[in-house]
Design a binder for this molecule. Structure first.
Ligand code: PLP
Length: 397
């Protein structure tokens, strides 16, 4: 049975061109970039070339604004804790949103519990969008940081980052965005967005797991999380992960080259998937904004069934999808994102995220549309919620 992967927001496979670019740095070019000899000079050059490419990819003014980390989680932790610890003498307040990834929510919780930092979690509308006016209204004289994600991992909704950036600049407050789900999918220009800090993660754009970047605008003062050598200009100690850094730069280059075509092709496939599901299966809704959404993501609620049941049944048919966030699946708690959007718990429980990518074909979508209605019909036939619904309809008649 051909396996069909529709979980690209959880992770992506390494692009073959990325792997080719990385391989020599495992085998032949292995010097420590901090070493002065020729072995070290070669890997130092590779790291600095990669930094330059990634700076360009993000629209950064200077390559020194790019700091390599181990993942998106570390980049977010570095941004949030780094700014807070750099302001430790102040009574700190952070503004974030209720729909952030746990890699933002948890550091905020930690700072609140351990250090008494005041955190405001902004609400979102029914599409999952933060209102920039709410950001403005929440700012106090204690506010040191605004952290609002660029695109949401579960529903794909894109936030008005540029507008929030203007507010942050006006009020002279550091602005961080978690762009882990955006990088490689839509163009990013840190200067146009007006962000001071921006996180990306390699494994969401066809580079390996275990590499990330934090863009740090020149002049932004962060306290380091890791102490040791003077790597990354004293901002992140630890020998650079040379091959992965080279891989990430290659992935950014490929994304830039292919983004136009890929976005159109994948959007058409997602539209086909959504039209097919909503047309063939009753009591289904799309969660997320109709237009302001990353083109590869469709989060759909199937009423009267559990998302976990759909996931397992699809898995048996060879499809990989997700319920809620990949990092939290395994728990049957309704997703905090859907809850914040006001999706009723019974609809949130029956939600499935389909995230398409480079290897998704029209045939895959056709196959899914053939298999899924039968799965939903079977699951509903076993669901007490569905039975109640049918009884209610019969009583009305
Ligand atoms: N932020 C968002 C929006 C994500 O989707 C993820 C991963 O799912 C992360 C952060 C964490 O990234 P990483 O897996 O590289 O730690």
């Amino acid at each position: 049975m051909k396996k069909i992967y529709l979980d690209y927001n959880a992770t992506t496979p390494v692009h073959p061109e990325v792997l080719d670019a990385m391989l020599p740095y495992f085998r032949d070019i292995y010097g420590n970039p901090s070493s002065v000899h020729s072995f070290g000079q070669k890997t130092r050059k590779a790291v600095e070339d990669a930094r330059e490419k990634i700076a360009k990819f993000l629209g950064a003014e200077n390559p020194s604004e790019i700091v390599f980390t181990s993942c998106g989680t570390e980049s977010n932790n570095f941004a949030i804790k780094g700014i807070t610890f750099a302001n430790k003498d102040k009574n700190c307040h952070i503004i974030t949103s209720a729909i952030e990834h746990h890699a933002v929510l948890e550091p905020c919780e930690y700072l609140s519990k351990k250090f008494g930092v005041d955190v405001t979690y902004l609400p979102v509308d029914k599409y999952g969008i933060v209102n920039p006016d709410d950001v403005k209204k929440s700012i106090t004289e204690k506010t040191i940081l605004i952290s609002i994600m660029y695109a949401n991992n579960e529903v794909g909704t894109i936030q008005p980052i540029e507008e929030i950036g203007k507010i942050a600049k006006e009020k002279n407050i550091i602005f961080h965005t978690d762009a882990v789900q955006t990088a490689g999918k839509i163009p990013i220009d840190v200067q146009k967005l007006g962000v001071d800090l921006l996180s990306i993660s390699g494994h969401k754009l066809y580079a390996p797991k275990g590499i990330g970047v934090l863009y740090i605008k020149k002049g932004t003062k962060l306290h380091p999380l890791l102490h040791g050598g003077s790597h990354e200009k004293n901002r992140r100690a630890g020998t650079e992960n040379v091959s992965y850094i080279v891989g990430l730069a290659k992935a950014c280059e490929i994304a830039e080259r292919d983004m136009d075509n890929e976005s159109k092709r994948i959007l058409a496939l997602r539209q086909k998937l959504e039209k097919g599901i909503l047309g063939k299966i009753e009591y289904t809704q799309i969660n997320g904004h109709p237009e302001k959404r990353i083109y590869n993501t469709a989060n759909i609620s199937f009423n009267y069934v559990e998302g976990e049941g759909i996931l397992m049944s699809l898995d048996m048919e060879g499809f990989a999808v997700s319920t809620g966030s990949a990092c939290t699946s395994g728990s049957l708690e309704p997703s905090h994102v859907l809850s914040a959007m006001g999706v009723p718990p019974e609809n949130a429980q029956g939600s499935v995220r389909f995230s398409l990518g480079h290897y998704t074909t029209e045939k895959d979508i056709d196959k899914l549309l053939k298999v899924l209605p039968k799965i939903i019909e079977r699951l509903r036939s076993m669901s007490p919620l569905w039975e109640d619904r049918i009884k209610a309809i019969k009583n009305v008649k």
